[in-house]
Design a protein around this ligand. Sequence first.
Ligand code: PLP
Length: 369
Amino acid sequence: MRIPLSKPDITDAEKTAVMRVLESGRLALGPETEAFEKALAGITGRKLAIAVSSGTAALHLSLIAADIGKGDEVITSPFSFVASANAIMYVGARIVFADIEEETLCLDPAKADSVITEKTKAILPVHIFGALADMDAFCSMAEKHSLKIIEDACEAIGATRGNHKAGGSGDFAVFGFYPNKQITTGEGGAVVTDDPDAAVKIRSLRNQGRAGAGTGEMLEHVRLGYNYRINELSSALGRAQLERLNEILENRTRVADLYSERLRNLADIRLLNPVPGGSRSWFVYVIMLKDPSRREALSSHLSRSEIDSRTYFPPIHFFDHIRNHGGFSKGQFPVTERVAESTLALPFYTTMTDKEVDYVCDKVAAFLS
Ligand SMILES: Cc1ncc(COP(=O)(O)O)c(C=O)c1O
């Protein structure tokens, strides 16, 4: 049987929650979404949460709510999923990349600081692979230069670093709930914020620009809006998952620890570093090959043993549409490029058994020996 790269952890609690919605007949814009938003705001320590149809939609609406548009620059990481950069292009702003920290693989504050100009309007740090970016540094930078912070916490629910929690510090923070994430809604995402006016605007924007918090007259549209609504089935699923968040995160840590124990002594690979002064919310289990030229062969070797793996993430500035947008070139962000050519994500999910981890590790070790 194939060992997949990821798999959602769905129990009877989730099934019961989704059935409850189906039986209620209310499938959109209802009590489940409100309850899911309240729970998410509580967990992240924010006043408000607005659930939407994806993490990408959450990024897009956060940038609009932060009033970012044409002529503005947003500093972000080139080592991420492409959506964190695409969203900056959606609002007509300019993507300004700064390289990542070697230790955490997150946006490097010193490098971000060095590319601030009078056009910089926001910083968009990405908490990559469940490790929090250095939010102390980004918060001071934002205060000093009057910049907005939009945290991309799509991969990091429950992560901590120093006094910061994932999603707890930015003017806006976004989460994603695709099925490969720590918790899922099928498709879905959310914005969290403490700004009530911005939250009203985001609610309107997610629902075709309707008046008020998107609850105004059915055919009264006061701004250009979108259909970024989440449905009640997804919200019920997310709510049930959030109730199990601690259990899910503990299980993921258990699987990650098992992997690290087995792989730590292999001389040809490096593992992700611990987060300084914090704890990772395990999203994927990534190894880094000291000789990147062996990565494809390792991936094929695993595939022959029915084990999925993926080369997470290609540098965003290598994609044609992004390169053309910013005039980026190879060699511009050396840490990102070096890391990106070496990373391989191994199968990783909450319910992974010791036997499955052992099997994957045996195959990795056999290839490298
Ligand atoms: C860092 C990051 N940002 C944004 C997203 C976009 O989320 P979604 O796929 O829900 O649109 C993802 C998830 O895939 C992600 O990993």
